[in-house]
Design a protein around this ligand. Structure first.
Ligand code: FAD
Length: 480
């Protein structure tokens, strides 16, 4: 066997296949066993980590292929049935496939995209190719878990999953964390070990050109045409893909990061990275971003403030969805919040709006309407406005359960970064006090933190924000 000579997964000093296949906090063994002796290749099932670089799951596949002297193929199963995903999300995802193909091919790894249930796509490909082993990437959300369970039940070869979209492996936090203050010291204690570049190895046995299995042409309009997905209007100017993520990262580091600590809460203009959708689709690794931020010549407070969001808050959200099966229901929120919301369930609600009125941005509150319309028109909303937006939905819906459902539905359908652990956690924080603490009691909210129109509008140039969103609209609200 050829020995992989470099460190393929952070923290795993690989010198031979046994070590490569030994235990590692980033790797979960779904189907035990050594690679099949007469297997023809290594299959990497790319699901959440939709990129061809800085990807620990891809690295494990390539290192295993190199050790076994086998070629590597990555496959992506594209389903039109992902809950709440709209055409705007599919365009973003499909744009990203083009960059993946280019990066993989440059490493000698083949890439095949097929339409259908992702687990079924992998099973079919495995039955055609007879791989020695299949490697996938982790996704803490329920849908990804169901796909992985289905594959694990039916696949006949060894199967491993690599947790490649977090800086610190999720397995190191086996219990649900109470708040940022409980996970932060645990993360800080070990993050030096993980905040190091990972290699980008090449396949030593390139995939033979004449053996590429059948797949879809990787071309945006053609794939979108075949998917036939409708839904809310597209945002073609909000481009997906690794190249676009890297372009945004460069602009962020040069122009915004120096002011991040002091201006990140101001939506006029954004001083944040606007990388959440690319992170959601796995088109850039959080490690790539963190290392660029660590190297940047910026004030220490900006660096620390950004890494707090990117690592501590983001990985707290991943811990929540990975450890709490009710992450997308009000009942997944802490007991103190459920009790106080129940106590105030019958409080008078001076303003009440239906889900349709909220979706159309037809409240009495111009700031809220602007944030809703910003999300509808551009596929994003500033973090500060997201907090306000969700709190007002609680105030204006008949009860907290209804508010939770409306916020989740709008967030998932309109935000380009929706259907993400950060979204479920953000909504649970705003409406159900998740990761927060009790505040002084008041109507409707009880002791869940409140945000008022008056204080929020004074925090930044809210008139400028409203005017900017209005100028975006110009009647083009629902163009699907
Ligand atoms: C009600 C509500 C709904 C939200 N819905 C989503 C969602 O659907 N998808 C989503 O990715 N984020 C969501 N967030 C979290 C946060 O608003 C976004 O991650 C952030 O606005 C993305 O913009 P950015 O990339 O410019 O952030 P930056 O400030 O540049 O932060 C860098 C990265 O850190 C992470 N991050 C930032 N803020 C948070 C946070 N509060 N919690 C967890 N991680 C964070 C994100 O991955 C982000 O891309 C929500 C927050 C709230 C309060």
């Amino acid at each position: 066997m050829v020995e992989p000579s470099r460190e393929m997964i952070r923290g795993c000093r690989v010198t031979k296949l046994e070590l490569l296949w030994g235990p590692h906090p980033r790797v979960r063994i779904a189907i035990e066993g050594q690679p099949v002796a007469d297997g023809t290749c290594v299959v990497y099932w790319m699901q959440r980590a939709q990129r061809g670089r800085d990807n620990a799951a891809l690295n494990l596949a390539i290192a295993t292929g190199n050790a076994l002297k086998l070629p590597v193929i990555a496959c992506f199963g594209l389903t039109a049935a992902y809950p709440s995903a709209q055409r705007r999300h599919y365009r973003f995802l499909v744009d990203g496939l083009i960059d993946i193909k280019a990066d993989l091919n440059a490493k000698g790894v083949a890439f095949v995209v097929r339409l259908g249930d992702p687990a079924e796509v992998v099973l079919k490909l495995a039955s055609e190719l007879k791989p020695a082993v299949v490697i996938g990437d982790e996704n803490p959300l329920r849908v990804g878990q169901m796909w992985r369970d289905h594959l694990t039940e039916s696949l006949q070869v060894p199967l491993r999953f690599v947790d490649s979209d977090v800086v610190i492996p999720t397995s190191l936090f086996p219990k649900e964390e109470y708040a940022a203050r409980t996970i932060r010291p645990k993360i800080h204690r070990i993050w030096d070990e993980y905040l190091k570049p990972i290699p980008n190895p090449k396949a030593q046995v390139p995939w033979p050109d004449d053996m590429l299995p059948k797949g879809e042409a990787i071309e945006t309009e053609g794939l979108l045409g075949k998917l036939k997905v409708g839904g809310v209007g597209e945002v073609p100017s909000y481009r997906g893909g690794t190249q676009e993520a890297i372009r945004r990262l460069r602009i962020f580091i040069e122009q915004r990061l120096p002011r991040y600590a002091t201006e990140r809460n101001e939506p006029t203009p954004y001083m944040t990275s606007e990388l959440s959708a690319h992170l959601h689709f796995g088109q850039i690794s959080p490690l790539t971003i963190a290392l660029a931020v660590l190297e940047a010549d910026v004030p220490e407070e900006s660096r620390a403030s950004y890494l707090e969001e990117l690592i501590v808050r983001r990985e707290l959200a991943i811990n929540f969805v990975a450890r709490n099966p009710r992450y997308d229901e009000l009942s997944g929120c802490p007991n103190w919040a459920l009790a106080t919301l129940a106590k105030h369930a019958d409080d008078p609600r001076p303003h009440r709006y239906s889900p349709a009125q909220l979706e159309a941005g037809e409240s009495h509150d111009p700031l809220w309407n602007a944030s809703q319309m910003e999300m509808v028109l551009t596929g994003r909303m500033h973090n500060y406005m997201r907090m306000y937006w969700a709190k007002k939905i609680l105030e204006w819906c008949p009860d907290a359960e209804a508010a939770f459902a409306v916020a989740m539905d709008l967030n998932d359908r309109y935000e380009m970064d929706g259907r993400d652990p950060n979204g479920y956690t953000g909504i649970a924080w705003a409406i159900g006090g998740k990761h927060d603490r009790p505040w002084p009691e008041r109507p409707i909210f009880g002791t869940v933190r409140f945000m008022s129109y008056e204080s929020t509008r004074r925090k930044f140039d809210s008139d400028g924000y409203i005017a900017r969103v209005r100028s975006l609209g110009q009647g083009r609200l629902f163009d699907a």
